[in-house]
Design a protein around this ligand. Structure first.
Ligand SMILES: O=C(O)c1cc(C(=O)O)c2c(n1)C(=O)C(=O)c1cc(C(=O)O)[nH]c1-2
Length: 232
C-alpha cells in the first residue's frame, strides 16, 4: 500500500542517522581535533565532490522529461559553475578559496593529485547513479541536502571556535550554502513526494537516499584513512 505523504517524509527523514554528520571524521572536525594537514586532505578530496555536482545535475536534466523541473534544476549547475569563468562567487571558486585558506595551492587542488581512490569511486558512483537511474530516483538521492543545512551551521560555528587560524571569510562556501541547501532540500522533497505516486517509487526514493548516505559516508571513510596513512 502506498504511504501517505507524511509517512513517506517521516521515513525519508528517518535516514538522518545514516548521514555523514555523525561520521567520526566530522566529529573530530567539530571537536577541533584535526591538524592543518588533515583539513588539507579533507578539502582537496572534497573538491572532487564539488566538481562532480554540476555533472550529476546535468545528468538529471538530461533524463528528465518535465520542463518545469529541468528549468528549476538548472540553477544548481549555475550555482556551482558560476555565470562565467571570472565569477568569484561560484560554488567552485568559494571552495577553492577554502582550499587556499587551509594551505593548499590552487594548482594542486585543480590537478586532483591528493584525491584518493576511495573518494573517486564513491563520487563517481553518485554520477553514474544519476546517469543510469530514473530521474526521480536521482533527484531523491540529493535529499541529503535536507540534513546538510543544520550540519553546515554547526560546522561553521565549531570551526570558527576551534581553529583560530580560520576566518569567517574562509568559510564563505558554507555560509552562502546554508540558505541555499535548505531551500533546495525543501523543493527536492516536494518534487519527490509529488512524483512518487506508487509504493515502488516511494521505496526506490528511500533506497536512493540510503545509497547517497553511503556515498558520503564512504568519502569520509576514505579521507579518514588517507589522513591516518599520512601520519605513519
Ligand atoms: O557540507 C556538507 O555537509 C554538504 C552536504 C551535501 C549533501 O548532503 O549532499 C551537499 C553540500 N554540502 C553542498 O554544499 C552541496 O552543494 C550539495 C549538493 C548536493 C547534491 O547532492 O546535489 N549535496 C550537497
Amino acid at each position: 500500500m502506498i504511504r501517505t505523504p507524511d509517512e513517506f517524509v517521516t521515513e525519508l527523514r528517518g535516514l538522518s542517522h545514516r548521514y555523514w554528520g555523525t561520521h567520526p571524521f566530522h566529529q573530530r572536525m567539530h571537536a577541533g581535533e584535526l591538524t592543518r594537514d588533515e583539513l588539507r586532505t579533507w578539502a582537496a578530496n572534497r573538491w572532487y565532490y564539488q566538481c562532480v555536482l554540476p555533472r550529476k545535475d546535468a545528468a538529471i536534466i538530461s533524463n528528465c522529461p518535465d520542463p518545469e523541473i529541468r528549468r528549476a534544476w538548472l540553477d544548481r549547475i549555475v550555482y556551482h559553475d558560476g555565470t562565467s569563468g571570472d565569477d568569484t562567487e561560484s560554488g567552485r571558486e568559494r571552495w577553492l578559496r577554502l582550499c587556499e585558506a587551509v594551505g593548499l595551492r590552487r594548482a594542486e587542488v585543480l590537478a586532483e593529485t591528493q584525491v584518493v581512490p576511495g573518494v573517486r569511486f564513491a563520487v563517481d558512483a553518485y554520477v553514474t547513479f544519476a546517469r543510469t537511474r530514473p530521474w526521480l530516483e536521482a533527484i531523491a538521492s540529493g535529499l541529503t541536502e535536507m540534513f546538510s543545512g543544520h550540519l553546515m551551521q554547526r560546522r561553521v560555528a565549531d570551526m570558527l571556535a576551534k581553529y583560530d587560524w580560520i576566518s569567517r571569510a574562509d568559510l564563505a562556501y558554507f555560509t552562502n550554502r546554508i540558505d541555499a541547501v535548505s531551500g533546495e532540500g525543501k523543493s527536492t522533497l516536494d518534487i519527490v513526494v509529488r512524483h512518487s505516486i506508487t509504493r515502488e517509487q516511494q521505496d526506490a526514493a528511500i533506497a536512493a537516499l540510503s545509497f547517497k548516505c553511503d556515498v558520503l559516508w564512504s568519502m569520509l571513510d576514505a579521507i579518514d584513512l588517507a589522513c591516518r596513512d599520512r601520519q605513519t
